[in-house]
Design a binder for this molecule. Structure first.
Ligand SMILES: C[S@@+](CC[C@H](N)C(=O)[O-])C[C@H]1O[C@@H](n2cnc3c(N)ncnc32)[C@H](O)[C@@H]1O
Length: 254
């Protein structure tokens, strides 16, 4: 998570402009916020390893004081005083807070906390991948819908669930955008990786598949390849460049 303080005279519309220009979650968001000229940021993550990587990437910025702190903490709560930031940015984080809990209690509490630490007229920016994106936009998750439905039910909130979370947390979405392209998904167009267990296994999606389902997918891909139709099938089932992968919500407290 990134907590942003603006400079004197800057408005939250400038952060919306940033969101419109953003790529996706490569871990460089904090750097990009500073490079676009915000006053100061603080970063927070529950993982020591992630934070160490971020700190080494941002060492110069920390030395200059534009990245003020790198805090290790598990949300909720968010350990900062009331009204301390102009923007709170959740980049591909909210969907990790309530694994297998469709009531999303931790996400709602975390959003309420973000309202508490926001200054008046502050902005909450949430980027995510939606269930519909997983099931209709990415080519590989259309090979076996059983895996996809299980993956979605476990880790991805739908648009309707996000809207419910916003209502429960007392915030409203003022703009939503989709970013085009599959850059967020490493090796997205390495079509044969799917046939190699060592390349497939580290990807979170495949941890939701049974052995039989993996065998089914491998068999499907081999059959498409044998007919010379694999690339055509992928093209037909990949809408990332026209429909987008990452959805960004810009929200304000009610
Ligand atoms: C998919 S990564 C996104 C990382 C980063 N925001 C980016 O865009 O590159 C999800 C991050 O959420 C962090 N995370 C998961 N649960 C958390 C929690 N309860 N509190 C704080 N961070 C959490 C993980 O440690 C991980 O770094």
């Amino acid at each position: 998570m990134i907590l942003v303080k603006l400079r004197e005279g800057q408005g939250s519309h400038q952060l919306q402009q940033f969101g419109n220009n953003a790529g996706c979650g490569t871990g460089n968001y904090a750097k990009a916020f500073v490079d676009m000229g915000v006053g100061q940021i603080t970063i927070l993550d529950a993982s020591t390893g992630m934070l160490e990587k971020a700190k080494s990437k941002l060492a110069d910025y920390m030395a200059r004081g534009v990245v003020k702190e790198a805090i290790e903490a598990k949300m909720p709560p968010i350990p900062f005083p009331d009204e301390s930031f102009d923007a709170v940015v959740f980049n591909l984080v909210l969907n990790h807070l309530d694994i297998d809990n469709p009531a999303f209690p931790n996400s709602v509490k975390t959003l309420k906390e973000s309202v508490r630490i926001l200054r008046p007229d502050g902005l909450i920016i949430i980027s995510t991948v939606l269930t519909t994106t997983v099931s209709r936009i990415q080519w590989f998750s259309q090979l076996n819908m059983e895996i996809t439905n299980r993956y979605n039910a476990s880790v991805m909130p739908s648009l309707e669930q996000f809207e419910q979370m916003f209502e429960d947390a007392g915030i409203k979405c003022i703009q939503k955008i989709n970013t085009l392209g599959a850059d967020i998904i490493k090796n997205y167009y390495n079509l044969d990786d799917i046939l190699d267990e060592s390349l497939r296994a580290p990807r979170p999606y495949w941890t939701f598949a049974t052995k039989e389902e993996v065998a089914d997918v491998v068999q499907k891909v081999k059959a498409l390849k044998a007919k010379g139709e694999y690339e055509k099938w992928v093209k037909e089932h990949d809408l990332t460049s026209t429909t987008g992968v990452v959805t960004i919500f810009f929200c304000k407290p009610n």
